[in-house]
Design a protein around this ligand. Structure first.
Ligand SMILES: N[C@@H](CCC(=O)N[C@@H](CSC=O)C(=O)NCC(=O)O)C(=O)O
Length: 283
């Protein structure tokens, strides 16, 4: 059982009639301080609101989507709480790598098993268990109505966490996700480092492998820009299209002409994703 803990308020600002907050707490999963943001839209006293999780990509903190994601108007309109966690543990005592795609800022939403990473890099446990308990304790969140989204490495996180937990998440969406860490250089490096050389251990962290192995979700939406410079080598959207097709799993996977990997792309389609999730979160 996860015990929710105390929360420190870093900042709170009124926005779109609700409150955009940034909070910090001591995480039992990572053994570090963790920061996350929560937007709570305007709501009636005592109301419980559905929750949309957003997992961010390489180099990000909770701040990237909070500042550039343009989700608040849609969340206020639909009455959806938006939660943005950090992408890894951080701190002087936390191991790191010189490159941007491994170590701090690149937790890949896995529970690491390999030294020196295993001590702090427990992002799967953090997102799947610890942070939901904290959210339920401190915010007007209806934990029976949750959805998940993310970008790039965070799109991989949203797909894998959503596919592993179809009863918790009513809908899954992703912007430019890494769809198969087993089949791209970012995945080779990160999962090799965090989980070791036995690639069968990686399958629960690979959306395509999860689908091949029987995971299913009825509500999946992906947007991918055609001008994304990571598409061919790292993201490999075609593998998710093939996996869904082979499994007979319906999925809306949209190639968006001219869009790149940036938050200009994400913010263009964010309101549509929020509205799509809100429909699945009704009732
Ligand atoms: N070399 C770049 C790579 C980092 C980058 O592009 N990060 C993306 C996510 S990539 C996959 O997870 C990102 O979201 N960046 C933050 C932003 O605000 O755009 C670099 O180091 O900049």
């Amino acid at each position: 059982m996860t015990t929710a803990g105390t929360l420190e308020t870093v900042s709170e600002n009124c926005s779109h009639g609700g409150v955009q907050g940034v909070y910090r707490h001591a995480s039992a999963s990572t053994g570090t301080q963790m920061t996350f943001s929560v937007f709570v839209p305007p709501h009636a006293d005592g109301a419980k609101l559905p929750v949309l999780w957003f997992l961010s990509g390489l180099t990000c903190t909770q701040a990237n989507v909070t500042e550039k994601g343009e989700f608040r108007a849609a969340c206020a309109e639909h009455g959806v709480i938006f939660v943005a966690p950090d992408t890894s543990p951080r701190g002087e005592d936390v191991p790191d790598d010189e490159a941007y795609d491994f170590g701090q800022g690149a937790g890949f939403y896995v529970d690491a098993t390999q030294a020196p990473w295993a001590q702090h890099f427990q992002m799967r446990s953090y997102i799947e268990r610890e942070l939901p308990a904290l959210l339920a304790e401190h915010f007007p969140a209806d934990m029976q109505r949750q959805a998940i989204s993310g970008h790039s490495m965070g799109g991989h996180g949203a797909l894998t966490i959503g596919l592993r937990n179809p009863d918790r998440f009513r809908s899954i969406s992703a912007f430019s996700p890494i769809v198969s860490p087993l089949n791209c250089p970012w995945g080779d490096k990160a999962l090799g480092g965090y989980l070791g050389d036995n690639r069968s251990d990686w399958r629960e962290y690979d959306a395509c492998a999860l689908i091949e192995d029987g995971a299913r979700h009825a509500n999946l939406l992906v947007d991918q820009g055609t001008a994304d410079n990571f598409l061919e080598e790292q993201l490999r959207t075609e593998l998710l299209v093939d996996a869904c097709k082979s499994a007979g799993m319906p999925a809306e996977i949209r190639m968006q002409p001219g869009y790149d990997h940036s938050y200009y792309f994400i913010s263009t389609f964010m309101a549509e994703h929020v509205g799509w999730h809100a429909r699945h979160l009704q009732g």
